[in-house]
Design a protein around this ligand. Structure first.
Ligand SMILES: Nc1ncnc2c1ncn2[C@@H]1O[C@H](COP(=O)(O)OP(=O)(O)OP(=O)(O)O)[C@@H](O)[C@H]1O
Ligand SMILES: [Mg+2]
Length: 315
């Protein structure tokens, strides 16, 4: 709809985990490295924790699509409210086992272990990824622990990744799940973006869609997007997409703070942020441009706006 108006080849802020739009903050990069290492080197259990919308599923997709995990055959479960019987059935079907293996855990393991061993001799790794793992019942978490026990004398046969919201951390601290927790060999936590990371994230997506960040949002608009999204990528996408619709409707570019504020009010996000004084620059909105502009600013203003500014300039 608005692509032509802004010069995009495609929509920049869809809320699907598209690898083309991947942005890695230092924490996201570290988490991606952990996932790749855990899956490809057959670590027992890797845990990835992060608030809703911080990018866990996006990183899982990126890890599994990466060269380092090319040899990994992964069963990906993202509906963790299964019963125990459904869990066993799902595993059996997704690992390509027989109907008999769907009937009980013993039957599942009877077929799964030889498959994992044979795969290993051929250089293949089978892995299990459970997304939304904070919703797994204690019973299923216990099943996961037993699967993590499949091993040869020297190697874990089924690397497992558990990804979930911060409640997963609490689950793993339950006394009854301490054996599971002890098998966690890699662990990482995603945090919401800092201001500079939000700016880089927006700039990365705009560039991937075929446009230049400096022509689309003012710095003040980006600051308000950050404050009202609390640095959560999914919310950043929703605000940016709606701000682009608003700008298109009004035929105005770049999008300024007021236009973002309208969206933020419509979505009932960060009301305090909309009402608060602008924290980065005190004067009117400035489109984000090149390095020369930063040199014009007073020392104090420059130091406050530089991180955001360089974020846009650096890509
Ligand atoms: N690092 C990133 N690079 C690019 N886009 C991202 C990134 N992180 C998140 N996103 C965007 O935000 C959306 C939400 O991210 P994602 O679904 O991965 O979050 P999540 O942590 O799995 O959330 P939930 O706990 O609700 O499942 C993604 O569809 C994607 O559009
Ligand atoms: Mg997810």
């Amino acid at each position: 709809m608005y692509q032509e108006f802004y010069g995009f080849r495609e929509l920049p802020f869809e809320i699907t985990p598209h690898p083309k739009f991947l942005f890695l903050s230092p924490l996201h990069r570290e988490a991606l490295g952990n996932l790749q290492y855990g899956l490809s080197s057959s670590k027992a259990i890797t845990v990835l924790i992060g608030e809703a919308g911080t990018g866990k599923t996006t990183l899982l997709h990126a890890a599994l699509a990466s060269d380092r995990c090319r040899h990994v055959n992964c069963v990906h479960i993202n509906s963790p409210t299964l019963t125990r019987a459904e869990f066993i059935e799902t595993l059996a079907l997704r690992f390509g086992l027989s109907q008999h293996a769907t009937e009980s855990k013993a039957a599942l393991l009877d077929e799964l272990e030889p498959l994992l061993r044979e795969g290993r001799t051929l250089g293949k790794v089978f892995a299990l990824v459970v997304d939304e793992a904070q919703s797994l019942s204690t019973e299923l978490l216990e099943e996961v622990r037993l699967l993590a026990n499949c091993e040869t004398e020297s190697d874990k046969l089924l690397p497992i990744v558990l990804a979930g919201q911060p409640e997963l951390r609490d689950r793993l601290n339950e006394r009854g799940l301490r054996q599971l927790k002890q098998r966690v060999t890699l662990r990482c936590e995603l945090q919401p973006f800092k201001l500079e990371e939000t700016a880089m994230y927006i700039a990365t997506r705009l560039r991937a869609a075929g446009s230049d960040a400096s022509r689309i949002f003012t710095r003040e608009a980006v600051t308000l997007i950050h404050e009202s999204s609390l640095g959560i990528p999914r919310t950043i996408n929703v605000i940016c997409d709606n701000a682009l619709v608003t700008g298109f409707g009004l035929e105005r570019r770049p999008i300024d703070r007021e236009m973002v504020a309208d969206v933020v009010r419509d979505f009932d996000l960060g009301a305090d942020a909309v009402g608060s004084p602008r924290p980065i620059v005190d004067s009117g909105d400035e489109p984000v441009r090149g390095a020369a502009k930063a040199d014009d600013e007073s020392q104090a203003d420059a130091s406050r706006s530089r991180p955001l500014f360089s974020a846009f300039r650096g890509h």
